[in-house]
Design a protein around this ligand. Sequence first.
Ligand code: NAI
Length: 304
Amino acid sequence: MIAIVGAGRVGSEIAYSILENRIDDVTLIDLQADLAKGEALDMMQAATALEFDGAVHGTGDFSEMKGSDLVIIVAGQARKPDQTRIDLMNKNAQIVGSISKEVAKYAPDCKLLIVTNPMDIMTYVARRESGLPKNHVFGMGNILDSMRFRTYIAEELGVSREDTQALVIGEHGDSMVPLAEYACVAGVPISDLLSKEKIDGIIHKTVTSGADVIKLKGATVYAPAAAFALTTDAVVNDRKRVMSVSTCPSGEYGCNDFSIGVPVVLGGDGVERILELKLSSESQRRFDASVNALKAAISLLSPI
Ligand code: NAI
């Protein structure tokens, strides 16, 4: 069973995407119990047309996450007009910290997947407050960034998205690092197909694409939900997928004691291995900036 804490726009879309992709049963938990129950009821009425007997159940009771193999935290606030990024970080850290303690109480053997922004910082908080093993706590953001990177490569070249491969590492935020040196189309490096100027344009679009959606409709919903279906499938079905997730390295990439996006093998045991890549000097410079941005944010976390 998968428990999702937070039945708002993104949480409910993730639940529906798990149902649509026939991955597992879902328990949807929210402080607003009626919202969780209503979303679940609506989805169950869709399930007949999907010809799938999986169940989505809504509740306000955290103890119902008991026995979950995977818990997804997507509860939190969006930034209000008068709120700074740091205020939002500290508000969401309180929420994610308190939910992580419930997870440790009711589902200590689960894999814990963090969505709430700022996601890398929230993954660090969840790991610290839950006390779960390092490899069982990870955050999703770079998979979505990588999907966006692939979309813009395909668009620029007029080829199928399916034939593109690309990775984004670092912070899931302004300092993310799209790895141009490892991006390819059917195995052909994009540097053989596109000018440096075009590649820089694609990288710029990748970095700003989340904000572009938020500016237009207030939140990103479908793309993160689709990325979550991939992540969830990797864990629930032990797929050993190679993806970038936010995790706390043990010295890899020169990082320790905080969470950052790096390529991993994701399977039934969570982050089963970190893949350490040689970075170009430009990517290394961007990655170092990402590390500094995350360390600076962590230093501004208020006690929980
Ligand atoms: P939303 O406002 O629609 O939903 C948030 C839900 O959390 C609400 O239903 C609220 O009642 C619930 N909630 C708040 N505190 C709670 C608590 N202590 N326990 C249980 N439920 C609680 O927000 P939306 O649009 O669904 O976004 C949620 C989060 O996901 C935001 O932080 C957003 O920035 C983040 N996000 C992250 C992405 C990623 O790629 N990592 C992509 C998209 C969104």
